[in-house]
Design a protein around this ligand. Structure first.
Ligand code: DLL
Length: 437
């Protein structure tokens, strides 16, 4: 089932649309944001130099830091009176990446999300259980509005309260589950505990899972345990939120809605464009965004592209499921966190040194975070009460500022092994402990 015939358009038709839209976007950012005008001038480019989508590689990149530098609304190209919605990137400290949407941007977001739901086979008869977090994170409302657009019934359950969610899915007869993959598995565990008969008790037929990297094995397990089709959704706040791409029933690759979001793969060291089939950093240019158009955004996500049409009839480019990141961003149960943010929280607490190590592992199907921090020499390690308070204080600050639950372990000064080169701040055991299927 295809929502919009543009998804099956000819190469020529798509290219001509993309070229026209790129030209408009380039003019818009050049004329309305001093940031882009300066960047274009540094490269000696004027909007009239861009005549087709093939000229895109002449344009400068945009990085996450550029958005942070213009916090909160500095890169918006419309007055605030035209901004209908604000969201922000998950898990950030004082200065998150803020994104804004006009009415037209919201319509486009609904449109691409409707395409996603159609890929998952949704109709007016479906009941969507939406367990993505509602709020500044784009997951909850993004998945909500797309379901509404296809006319499905939405249960806006948001995250947490696992047992209750399982009960509601059963009682309400949910047919489509929308959640992070880790939460879907967590719910399955909870359902098993309450001796559920998956076949008889649930009516689920499909799931729309994303927001965090997931191995093939875990995808298969989710699909098997719930007895559903697995559709992977990819997206990021800076571009629109969820709805940049999604996988259909026929392939594990994700169809990129490239009439709105133009994808490229680059070598993250040299910035050179790479050919289809080669892995590199995914770069996306928005072609229709009004409030916050973005040129060649470096997602940091490693993937590859193919333009071979899919069995489902869609001809738009497909991307490989994200295989990793080019920077040190961690994704903990769907929340994005940089080690520097953890460091910031530690630095705000008296009695600690900045020698720390973040250890990520799996507990059941959820990510588990241990943070080892060396206390300073002035702290008496044998004062149990003082240590306990210190630990609670950091855990509280991590939860409040970064939305992450961590188990903090305070250790004596100089206990964390020093490395000869770069400090080893992150030990990610999730991959090595993954069960092979
Ligand atoms: O995670 C948007 C989203 C919500 C996508 C719900 C899918 C479902 P951010 O919080 O801005 O937005 O985080 C974006 O999450 O750059 C990737 O690193 C990661 N990510 C998103 N989808 C996937 C996926 C949302 N399917 C960052 N596989 C991105 C792997 C993903 N990583």
């Amino acid at each position: 089932m295809v929502w919009n015939k543009i998804e099956c358009s000819s190469k020529e038709e798509l290219k001509s649309l993309q070229s026209a839209r790129l030209k408009e976007t380039v003019e818009r950012v050049y004329n309305l944001t001093p940031f882009y005008k300066d960047k274009f001038s540094e490269l000696n480019i004027r909007p009239e130099d861009i005549t087709s989508i093939d000229d895109i590689s002449k344009l400068p990149f945009t990085k996450k830091q550029d958005l942070r530098d213009h916090y909160p609304f500095g890169l918006f190209t419309v007055p605030m009176s035209q901004i209908e919605r604000i969201h922000s990137s998950s898990g950030t400290t004082g200065k998150p990446t803020v994104v804004g949407y006009t009415k037209q941007d919201m319509d486009i977001w609904d449109e691409v999300m409707a395409r996603v739901y159609k890929m998952a086979g949704a109709t007016q008869k479906d009941i969507v259980h939406n367990a993505y977090g509602y709020g500044l994170f784009t997951g909850g409302l993004g998945l909500h509005n797309g379901a509404a657009k296809v006319g499905a019934t939405v249960v806006p359950s948001s995250g947490g309260f696992t047992d209750r969610q399982v009960m509601l899915m059963k009682d309400f007869g949910a047919t489509i589950l929308a959640s992070t993959p880790s939460f879907a598995l967590h719910m399955a565990e909870s359902a098993v505990k309450s001796s559920t008969n998956f076949k008889n008790d649930f009516k689920l037929k499909a799931g729309i899972f994303g927001a965090e990297p997931t191995s093939k094995g875990l995808k298969e397990e989710i699909s098997k345990v719930w007895g559903i089709d697995y559709h992977e959704i990819y997206g990021l706040s800076e571009i629109i939120g969820p709805g940049v791409s999604c996988s259909c029933k026929h392939s594990e690759l994700l169809h990129v809605f490239e009439d709105h979001f133009y994808p490229e793969i680059i070598d993250s060291q040299t910035g050179e464009q790479l050919p289809d089939g080669e892995r590199g950093e995914l770069v996306i240019t928005t072609l229709t965004k009004q409030a916050l158009p973005i040129i060649r955004y470096r997602t940091g996500d490693i993937s590859s592209l193919t333009r071979i049409p899919c069995k489902c009839g869609r001809t738009i480019a497909r991307m490989e499921s994200v295989v990793g990141r080019s920077d040190d961003m961690m994704i903990i149960n769907g929340v994005n966190v940089y080690p520097s943010q953890v460091e910031h929280v530690i630095s705000q607490t008296e009695g600690l040194t900045l020698n720390y190590q973040i250890i990520i592992d799996k507990k059941g199907h959820l990510d588990k975070l241990d943070i080892l921090v060396e206390v300073s020499d002035s702290i008496m390690m044998d004062s149990v009460g003082e240590m306990e308070n210190l630990k609670k204080c950091i855990q509280h600050n991590l939860l409040n500022n970064l939305y992450i639950k961590a188990n903090v372990k305070l250790v004596e000064p100089r206990r964390i092994e020093r490395s000869v080169g770069k400090a080893i701040r992150i030990v990610d055991k999730r991959k090595e402990n993954e069960v092979c299927h």
